[in-house]
Design a protein around this ligand. Structure first.
Ligand SMILES: Nc1ncnc2c1ncn2[C@@H]1O[C@H](COP(=O)(O)OP(=O)(O)OP(=O)(O)O)[C@@H](O)[C@H]1O
Ligand SMILES: O=C(O)[C@H](O)[C@@H](O)[C@H](O)[C@H](O)CO
Length: 221
């Protein structure tokens, strides 16, 4: 960060995106048909890092959900106040509209969006073949990550409200659950493994795991 300013530099804002792109760099693109994926979870679980890696590898458009927040929402969070349903409503509509455009174009897409409540996930997926990737970890791990991250508007003091608001996906929701405790590369690998075995995605809650045969994805040429 510029020592004279509390605003993040563009390089800092892009750090997770760059990290995600680096993960995908040496991997071979698997044969997975277009999917419309929302990477969800509380702030700091690693959504952007994994979403960018997946989008880069698959060549699907990526949208950072945080960039669709109205400025008033960002200011509210920056000032240490959690968003409520009313604040999130226009933002969720914008996220849904972005997904709808991608579905219409037919080329797959990846969006990051905390999607903390079931109702929010229903708004996002309304009428669309959307599935969620739920990254989960403990409040302690997320707190460490958020404290170590520089140049982001989200203060660590908002974390308890994120966990309090979170409604974990139920068994009938179209969600691939992945442990956010693994490294970003492992998370990507678990996700790819699931999608390669189930190219149609999922219509219910499933867990993605690492299997021995997943290793060695690095492209040979
Ligand atoms: N699997 C991981 N293991 C360790 N650190 C990680 C992992 N994934 C991301 N990080 C780090 O944790 C921090 C938060 O990651 P990231 O910004 O991707 O999370 P996020 O869920 O998109 O957050 P937000 O919702 O607040 O934008 C970053 O500094 C990132 O480098
Ligand atoms: O629903 C919410 O409360 C918001 O989406 C937050 O989760 C933040 O926007 C985001 O995670 C930035 O850190």
């Amino acid at each position: 960060m510029d020592p004279m300013s509390s605003e993040p530099t563009p390089a800092q804002e892009n750090a997770c995106k760059t990290a995600g792109a680096m993960i995908a760099k040496d991997l071979k693109r698997p044969a997975i048909p277009p999917q419309y994926i929302v990477v969800m979870g509380v702030s700091g679980t690693g959504k952007t890092t994994v979403a960018v890696a997946l989008a880069d590898l698959m060549g699907w458009p990526f949208q950072e959900g945080d960039d669709l927040h109205p400025p008033s929402n960002v200011e509210k969070m920056r000032n240490g106040h959690p968003l409520n349903d009313e604040d999130r409503a226009p933002w969720l509509e914008l996220c849904h509209d972005w997904l709808a455009k991608q579905v219409k174009a037919g080329h797959g897409a990846v969006l990051t969006c905390s999607s903390l409540k079931r109702r929010y996930r229903e708004i996002l997926a309304k009428g669309l073949p959307v599935e969620f990737v739920y990254l989960y970890t403990t409040p302690e791990v997320v707190e460490q990550r958020i404290k170590a991250r520089t140049g982001h508007y989200m203060p660590p003091t908002l974390l308890p409200s994120q966990f309090a608001t979170l409604e974990e996906p139920a068994t009938d929701e179209p969600v691939i659950v992945v442990s956010g405790d693994a490294t970003p590369s492992e998370i990507l690998e678990m996700l790819l493994c699931y999608l390669e075995l189930h190219p149609e995605g999922t219509k219910c809650k499933v867990e993605a795991h690492m299997s021995k045969s997943d290793h060695g994805r690095t492209a040979q040429n």
